[in-house]
Design a protein around this ligand. Sequence first.
Ligand code: HEC
Length: 179
Amino acid sequence: MWRAVLVALVILVLPACDKDRISESYWRERGAQAVLPLKKNLKRALTKAMEEGPVEAVTACHAVAPAVTKGASSQVAKVGRTSHKLRNPSNAPKLWMQPLLQEYLSMPDQMEPKVVALDDDTVGYVEPIYLQPMCVHCHGTAIAPDVQARIDELYPADEATGFEPGRFRGVFWAELSRN
Ligand code: HEC
């Protein structure tokens, strides 16, 4: 009997404690700061690459995006991008990101950034990415044949087309050290 009560208490109380253990607004702020350099650097690289036209820009993205992403991580924050429809399989969602992607997909009116406690040392942060008009060159519904050919060549398993502007494309994520 007491055992049952104890189990019930643990089940009821633990999630509540867990939630209190991280201050959502604090970690959201830290997450937003952590992904900012990645956002800026990718945008800069993409804008520059597009000066040569979208076909060359696909090649340029293929060449620089992974390094830009790696370079944006630090000792206190690992950062990256992921999606439910991937272009580069090495951007695949880690286990903790999968339910969050599903939440964004199933609740399109709740698009604020989210934080989750991953373990005693780490907090996870995700921030949704939407398709903008210029993104349709490479992720849209009517991609030019030469651009599509370059995508197929570099990403034979590509799933990241067919998006319209305003659509949820994926997330920026961060794994933030609590120390
Ligand atoms: C010139 C073509 C091009 C344009 C324009 C472009 N992308 Fe991409 N996108 C790519 C390529 C190539 C990759 C894969 C990069 C890599 O290898 O890591 C990619 C990857 C991504 C990823 C990472 C997840 C995945 O599927 O691998 C996201 C998110 C993304 N793009 C969103 C956007 C958004 C939002 C825009 C508009 C602001 C945009 N892209 C514009 C070519 C493009």
